[in-house]
Design a protein around this ligand. Structure first.
Ligand code: TXA
Ligand code: MG
Length: 318
């Protein structure tokens, strides 16, 4: 069969070596992770980081997450502490990002962390991301592979939907298992969750043996990227709706809703994990079907439902 997407590459040793060579030349590629697909570049290279911001049209004040495959490599760039180690042992590799203090002698381009004295770091769990990182002598700066403020991609075709031919190397790693971005926990000074995700506050405070706060009012220091509209399909979204007209896309959850051309069920079974996995896929489908309005039912605000609601609220911001 002819490959109609010449920029999508299957997972093979040959293609991973190709990916490595692209990255060594400070070129940008798309890499699958268990949360969402990322746009990867050499975190030590100013030029690579500049390309990431420019491709995504991302404001330079919104720092990137740096990805590693082991602790030894991380220690060259950030200071770790006991709380970090407890969480690392329990959840890594996995969908958790830590904000740590950046080492003064770190080689990470300061453009990647928006000139802050902190660094966001993550150990992705996807087998392809892990394999690729292992081959490299530098960590990868890797924001989600979407245009700034748009929907995150959860498969290789979504990356093409976002960037077309502007990304010429996408590694196909199937559908992202989780489908929502990693939880971000700030461990500098007081402990705070600045972005909810699959690993939630309860899981984290159990391991740490202490209470954790979630930021309500976003401040510049905690997460510069959280200030504005985000995760958006570019269509007005109304939340906590009970009904919707035939012309509106209606996003529902659970078996009490009927099926219909404009009705999109995140999970018939009423399973929040499944709903999380389907959220971006559903919104991207609705966008591409040219609906003009989205109405969403109330989603239970527990477990990963907290992360789903966080993304829905930000997507509905005008
Ligand atoms: O699941 C994920 O984390 C995905 C995959 C590809 O790993 N990546 C991702 O990256 O979601 P991005 O760039 O879309 O989101 C990064 C978030 C932003 O909200 C940003 O503001 C925050 O992390 N962040 C990065 N560096 C920070 C820092 N030094 N201090 C506070 N927040 C930071
Ligand atoms: Mg993002």
């Amino acid at each position: 069969m002819k490959n109609i997407y010449p920029n999508i590459y299957q997972n093979s040793p040959k293609n991973l070596n190709k990916a490595k060579n692209f990255l060594k030349k400070n070129m940008i590629i798309a890499v699958p992770t268990e949360t969402v697909y990322g746009l990867a570049g050499n975190a030590y290279s100013y030029n690579a980081i500049k390309k990431i911001y420019s491709l995504k049209k991302r404001p330079k004040k919104n720092p990137l997450i740096i990805h590693y495959d082991n602790l030894k490599k991380l220690k060259k760039d950030a200071y770790i502490n006991d709380d970090f180690l407890k969480l690392y042992k329990k959840f890594c590799p996995g969908p958790l990002t830590f904000i740590l203090k950046k080492r003064k002698d770190s080689k990470i381009s300061s453009l990647a962390n928006a000139n802050l004295n902190t660094l966001a770091v993550r150990f992705p769990g996807h087998r392809i991301a892990k394999k690729l990182l292992k081959k490299l002598s530098f960590p990868l700066a890797m924001p989600s592979a979407n245009m700034s403020s748009a929907l995150s991609p959860i498969n290789a075709l979504d990356v093409i939907d976002e960037f077309g031919k502007n990304i010429n190397f996408i590694i196909d790693g199937g559908k992202s298992k989780i489908g929502l971005e990693s939880t971000v926990i700030n461990l500098v000074k007081d402990i705070r969750i600045t972005r909810p995700g699959a690993i939630n506050k309860k899981d984290l405070s159990k391991v740490l043996g202490k209470k954790i706060s979630t930021i309500k009012k976003v401040s510049k220091i905690y997460s510069p990227g959280m200030l504005k509209k985000h995760y958006s399909p570019g269509i007005p979204i109304a939340l906590n709706c009970k009904t919707a007209g035939n012309k509106d896309a209606f996003i529902v959850f659970g078996k009490k809703y009927k099926r219909g051309k404009n009705i999109f069920n995140l999970s018939y079974k009423g399973n929040l994990k499944e709903a999380g996995k389907n959220l971006y896929k559903t919104m991207r489908k609705i966008k591409n079907l040219n609906f003009k309005k989205i109405r969403v039912v109330k989603i239970p605000n527990k477990d990963i439902g907290i992360a789903i609601n966080d993304r829905l609220i930000k997507a509905s911001n005008k």
